[in-house]
Design a protein around this ligand. Structure first.
Ligand SMILES: [Ca+2]
Ligand SMILES: [Ca+2]
Ligand SMILES: [Ca+2]
Ligand SMILES: [Ca+2]
Length: 261
């Protein structure tokens, strides 16, 4: 992990007043890991950078909210080099483990800004670009409606079929066999006349049942981008690492929303 000081000078952000320092690579990919409540960290071989956000993140509440370039208070920023690569649980322990051996540590300050973007999708395989379209009129737009015709059969299970040939695909057809009884009120499991066709797809079978219960499910994805302005880190020897703007990286969290209708 030793690098020549000339190299560090080329990187511009290290101080160059020491001819024999353990110069780190300071090269991380963009994926931010999290631990506890709320440590953000990245590990690249024998180096790691971590910071502690001074916020409550119980149930991912902090990560799961939209924000634009919001300044967030930070209680710790630390950059460490090790004798060997630490595992991902390293920063998840209140007392740092003895191994791998810490070679050096830079701590300091910076202004952390977070932008979190929310995207939502029902993952029903239908491309639903019109965010206002609500095919079944249940006030849930198609792109987050897992059952676009409210017939009790998820869109992903009846996509791109037109069982009764009426020109309406099953996922938008609330009477899939065109027998006048809504699919929601026919059995989707029984084949009462034994002809190999389930009742809800069999126009010969007309048995009106109480409506099956409806649930809606979709996924919320929160993508947080972390940027540190005026990052300044210093080790015990007074060597510094500085960035005007350091792109700390991104963290994606997902949340499943399930609603009984
Ligand atoms: Ca809808
Ligand atoms: Ca459906
Ligand atoms: Ca149809
Ligand atoms: Ca029917």
């Amino acid at each position: 992990m030793k690098k020549l000081v000339v190299f560090t000078c080329l990187l511009l952000f290290f101080s160059c007043d020491d001819g024999n320092i353990n110069i780190p690579v300071f090269s991380f990919d963009s994926t931010v890991n999290t631990c506890g409540d709320l440590t953000l960290f990245k590990i690249n071989e024998n180096e790691a950078i971590a910071l502690e956000v001074d916020e409550d993140n119980t149930d991912n509440a902090f990560l799961n909210q939209e924000r634009v370039d919001e300044l967030v208070s930070v209680s710790m920023i630390s950059y460490r080099t090790f004798e060997s690569e630490p595992n991902t649980s390293y920063f998840c322990q209140s007392i740092p483990p003895a191994k791998p051996l810490l070679i050096d540590e830079w701590t300091g300050t910076g202004n952390l800004y977070i932008t979190t973007v929310l995207t939502q999708d029902d993952n029903d395989t239908v491309e639903e670009l019109d965010l206002l379209k609500d095919s079944d009129g249940d006030s849930i737009p198609d792109y987050i409606d897992s059952d676009d015709d409210n017939d009790g059969i998820p869109t992903k299970n009846e996509f791109d079929e037109d069982s009764d040939g009426d020109g309406i695909d099953d996922y938008l057809d609330d009477d899939d066999d065109n027998d006048g009884i809504p699919t929601l009120n026919e059995s989707i499991t029984s084949d009462i006349d034994g002809d190999g066709i389930k009742d809800y797809l069999d126009p010969d079978t007309k048995i009106f049942l109480p409506a099956r219960s409806l649930t809606n499910s979709y996924t919320q994805t929160f993508t947080s981008t972390f940027t540190i302005e005026l990052l300044k880190l210093e080790n015990a020897k007074g060597e510094t690492i500085q960035f005007d703007t350091y792109n700390f990286g991104t963290k994606t969290t997902t949340k499943s929303i399930v609603t009984e209708l």
